[in-house]
Design a protein around this ligand. Structure first.
Ligand code: HEC
Ligand code: HEC
Length: 295
């Protein structure tokens, strides 16, 4: 009788464990799905063609340093990252290094992602592992002769010193969450922060607009400067913009930002959008760079 009861309990515990195991894994994948959206990974890693397989690569990214093509990050073993270990993935996203040790070009915004927590990077990896493996060969970047992997390594030595996310204990939880989303996962500065001649962001002008942004577009100032930035916007107006793309004057966001809203900020929780707005509106107000061609 006793034995039976003990056996029953053990079987019950085993059944519980079997049920708990996949749900822990599912939680991780769900968290990864959310973080992958907040990281905007799909945009650069999906070709700009009708019916293109998500995350299978092929998007052309024009820049001052040539045209880069987002690679395939589905779990296909030959053309994607199916043969990678989790450590390979963490090294790529947090350190900008390929499994063979080569330096990635900063067209891949790892300088921003380097501030992700390892837990968040692992969740993203877990989610990407659940995607269908799509066979699609990577396209070779079209780069001028002076842009090379060796150059990328030198660039890293000059400009890339990952320190992880710097929490500011003097600020609120909301501000810190906003800082994490804006500076790291959401990599807003990759478009909105001006860069020096070697493509390194100018820290003192964080988010103050980029006269020569991606696709050679002028990217607006999103510091609270009035009138150059968003100093005249209320927090609610920033939140509504991040959700629907509507500007305070009733107009809608155009090229570039429209995709960020569809694929990224529009998919966040209300609390995360509020955190982004709180962070932006607490930035130092920086005026536009004067003397730029159209500024
Ligand atoms: C702004 C465009 C852009 C965004 C956003 C982006 N990537 Fe990439 N990614 C690239 C480019 C370009 C490369 C290739 C870099 C190179 O060849 O040096 C790359 C390379 C990679 C690689 C290495 C693949 C390989 O075959 O070596 C991984 C892994 C990766 N990205 C994951 C991610 C994840 C995860 C996210 C979201 C958190 C993301 N990327 C967001 C542009 C982007
Ligand atoms: C791929 C480049 C890119 C990224 C990444 C990006 N933006 Fe933008 N953003 C733009 C462009 C381009 C515009 C101007 C759109 C237009 O002309 O309607 C813009 C406009 C805006 C505006 C409106 C400013 C104004 O005065 O009209 C806000 C606010 C904004 N972005 C916030 C963000 C935040 C927050 C993030 C990060 C979560 C972000 N952006 C990431 C390209 C980008």
């Amino acid at each position: 009788m006793r034995r039976r009861a003990a056996g029953g309990t053990a079987a019950f515990a085993l059944a519980l464990a079997a049920m708990a195991q996949p749900s822990i894994a599912e939680d991780l994948v769900e968290r990864g799905r959310y973080l992958t959206a907040a990281g905007g990974c799909i945009s650069c890693h999906t070709a700009d063609e009708d019916g293109a397989a998500p995350f299978a690569g092929g998007r052309a990214l024009a820049s001052d340093f040539g045209t880069f093509f987002g690679p395939n990050i589905t779990p296909d073993r030959d053309t994607g990252i199916g043969a990678w270990s989790e450590a390979d993935f963490l090294r790529a996203v947090l350190e900008g290094r390929s499994p063979s040790g080569a330096a990635y070009f900063p067209a891949f915004p790892y300088p921003s992602y380097a501030g992700l927590t390892e837990d968040d990077a692992r969740a993203i990896y877990a989610y990407l592992r659940t995607l269908p493996a799509v066979r699609r060969e990577n396209l070779e970047h079209k780069l001028p002769w002076h842009v090379s992997r060796v150059g990328a390594r030198i660039w890293q030595a000059l400009y890339f010193s990952p320190t992880g996310f710097q929490r500011d204990p003097a600020r609120s939880e909301t501000w810190n969450r906003g800082a994490y989303l804006v500076r790291h996962l959401g990599h807003c500065g990759e478009c909105h922060t001006p860069r020096n001649r070697l493509g390194a962001p100018e820290a003192s002008r964080e988010l103050s607009g980029n006269p020569q942004g991606p696709e050679n577009r002028r990217i607006p100032n999103i510091t609270p400067h009035d009138p150059d930035g968003i100093g005249g916007w209320s927090a609610d107006e920033v939140v509504a913009f991040l959700e629907y793309g509507m500007l305070p004057d009733g107009d809608f966001a155009g090229a570039g930002m429209g995709e960020v809203i569809d694929e990224n900020t529009g998919k966040l929780t209300a609390a995360d959008r509020e955190a982004i707005a709180a962070y932006l509106l607490a930035l130092p107000a920086v005026p536009d760079i004067k003397g730029s061609p159209d500024g």
